[in-house]
Ligand binder design. Sequence first.
Ligand code: SF4
Length: 365
Amino acid sequence: MWLLVPVVLAGKLLLQAFRDHLEGLWKSIRWLSRWFRAVSIVEGSLRSRPQEEEEKREREEEKKVEEGVPAGPTIPISVNYHFTRQCNYKCGFCFHTAKTSFVLPLEEAKRGLRMLKEAGMEKINFSGGEPFLQNRGEFLGKMVKFCKEELRLSSVSVVSNGSLIRENWFKCYGEHLDILAISCDSFDEQVNVLIGRGQGKKSHVENLQKLRNWCQHYGVAFKINSVINRFNFEEDMNEQIKVLNPVRWKVFQCLIIDGENSGEDALREAEKFIISDEDFEQFLERHKEIACLVPESNQKMKDSYLILDEYMRFLNCRNGRKEPSRSILDVGVQEAIKFSGFDEKMFLKRGGKYVWSKAELNLQW
Ligand code: SF4
């Protein structure tokens, strides 16, 4: 009997220790389950918060669109920088005339270009005036190289009348240029003279062929821009365009801009060059088989370009004249672009975003 007492006591002690152990284990499980529950709640709320915010933002954007407020900041995807107004031609309808002789110092121009890149610019087009006039094309060449090599823009293009381009320029800068657009309004030299694109004895048309060959040789996409006006709207350009075989033939309807080619303070009087919408349609109909033709009626051109002038000010054309914003160099891109009058929908509608880098164009001459 006395022998059983320690055995019973030891059993009791063992049972108590086992119960304590079980209780501790249960407490741990309860604590762990609470911890898991808390973590999953926090996690759930973290996951749903951005979703809620996203939905809220979408609702606000929809409301803004309904109220006619532009959604978000405008991104300057494609910019036209008219860095000079000086030109060696005197086209009667010119809509960017030599009202000043100002050109920014190269380093300031580069600073502005970098700001545009940081704001989302993918394509730059250098225009004028005549861009090859400043420092015999060196100024332009340095900007072209800077935009391609340092800013790594997907497209760098130039619009020129072509009269001042030398082969040496292609040797130095051709590799950095995606597209060269040459203005040509007629294949009849007499008509070019009437328009103001004549240059004494030099033939604008012959020069065009030479430039096209250089583009081929140096791997630059070749484009033609034509302004259809009273003097050329009846011309048939099919054959010549087929021979030149540009990647794009941009055909503009002659446009009146108050203060540039019309009105008291203008340097041109373009009224006599203006054609009706029907005349323009007739021209397009005559050339409908040219696949690379891109038409731009007055309607399409309206507000669909982001234009920077020689001071890097955006030019707002909404009221039929070019009204400048403040310079991006003074107030930044986002502040200046609010006054640009740029309509992103019109930009997309006119096909402003296209295959614009020579790498993607897969040039086959
Ligand atoms: S070539 Fe261009 S910039 Fe020069 S006058 Fe003619 S339209 Fe104007």
